[in-house]
Design a binder for this molecule. Structure first.
Ligand code: OSB
Ligand code: MG
Length: 374
């Protein structure tokens, strides 16, 4: 496919309520979108980098710079026939996986449209609906958290994940478990603990959690494997898994029993599929994480979640939980059974509300072709 234009934008979208993790509070998202035109088709990608480099090394500003100065010009000079050609095109740029994923995923969207199939079918997805869970940020008090859980369970969500950190963990889990002895419950520490907290983390075994997500360092496998030996609760790795080789290392070392796959964190659909396959071949279940995406990122997450080994409910939930008005139509909705119906129209399956996108845009840049050295 010939790349006719790559337009990058930054949008500001306020969250309907703040989202707090062990590393900070987000009130408004600065979202980067890539709109790629190719032979009459338009593909969209969304960057999942945070406003600050707290989840990973990337941030909104670093991803913008890398897309504008490096990845965009290189992609515009190529004629990729498939989304799967992007890792080779971007190979010379090290890291910056969220920036790479933004552009690669837009190419997959175009490819699906060109083939006249949904993104889900293009990547080999096997599900018509995906099971949904919610990720609940740290709240001001336990009674407030209990009220939020009550609402999400009533809405049908199949799994509740609680953000946790030292001081917002055992007592919280205890109160939630006492109130709901049978719900599927997990927690996510976003690296808030150290190995000296191992005894404390072992006490989480009392709460029958589906998993503890990323308790230790964001770049670690070894200490997670030491911790997993002591825990009955399965460890799930998020931050630590950057690619297929990381997944293989983590599985081999028994650093985790479950893997969270995020498109941005691993660099796009190609690597996400590779991580999925590697885990599946080794009997490790996966689920799709979220990064407070707008509708475009959400649409891509839904397609990814239809692969066979996405057997656990993910963090992909309804647009309305985050946005007063999403930038796609229809918005993502979740049924009373806690499922999202996977669209079967060509491409991403949701229309982008271009007028709204234009209104929310605070900067945009169109990219011209350039060859990298070599
Ligand atoms: O670790 O899964 C995480 C949001 C921002 C950064 C990291 C994480 C999260 C979430 C949100 O848990 C999940 C969602 O988008 O609903
Ligand atoms: Mg996580």
């Amino acid at each position: 496919m010939k790349i006719d234009a790559i337009m990058l934008r930054e949008l500001h979208l306020p969250l309907v309520r703040p989202f707090e993790t062990s590393f900070g509070v987000t009130r408004e998202r600065r979202i980067l979108l890539a709109e790629i035109q190719s032979e009459g088709l338009t593909g969209w990608g969304e960057c999942t980098a945070g406003e600050r480099p707290f989840f990973s090394e990337e941030s909104t500003d670093s991803a913008w710079a890398v897309m504008v100065n490096e990845l965009g010009p290189v992609l515009a000079a190529e004629t990729p026939e498939h989304g799967g050609a992007c890792p080779r095109i971007f190979r010379q740029v090290r890291g910056n996986r969220m920036a790479k994923a933004t552009l690669e995923n837009a190419i997959w969207d175009i490819e699906a449209q060109r083939e006249g199939v949904s993104l889900s079918r293009l990547i080999g997805g096997v599900r018509d609906t995906i099971p949904c869970g919610v990720s609940l940020g740290i709240q001001a008090s336990i009674p407030e958290l209990l009220a939020v859980i009550e609402k999400e369970l009533a809405a049908g969500y199949q799994r509740i994940k609680l953000k946790c950190k030292p001081g917002w963990d055992v007592e919280v889990l205890e109160r939630v478990r006492n109130k709901w002895p049978a719900i599927t419950l997990s927690c996510d520490a976003n690296s808030a603990y150290r190995l000296r907290d191992a005894d404390h983390l072992v006490s989480f075994d009392a709460f029958d959690l589906l998993m503890i997500e990323q308790p230790l360092w964001a770049d670690d496998f070894y200490y997670h494997s030491m911790l997993q030996k002591r825990l009955e609760t399965p460890i799930c790795l998020d931050e630590s898994i950057r690619n297929r080789r990381d997944a293989l290392a983590a599985i081999e070392m028994e650093s985790c029993k479950i893997i969270n796959i995020k498109l941005g964190r691993v660099g796009g659909f190609s690597e996400a599929i590779a991580v999925h396959n590697a885990a599946q071949e080794r009997g490790i279940p996966v689920w799709c994480g979220g990064m407070l995406e707008s509708g475009i990122g959400r649409a891509h997450n839904i397609a990814l979640s239809t692969l066979e080994n996405f057997t656990l409910p993910g963090d992909v939930s309804a647009s309305a939980r985050y946005w007063a008005e999403d930038i796609i139509e229809p918005e993502v909705v979740v049924s009373a059974a806690g499922e999202i119906a996977v669209p079967d129209t060509p491409g991403r399956g949701y229309q982008v509300r271009t007028d709204l996108v234009e209104r929310l845009t605070v900067r945009k840049e169109t990219i011209r072709a350039m060859k990298l050295v070599g």
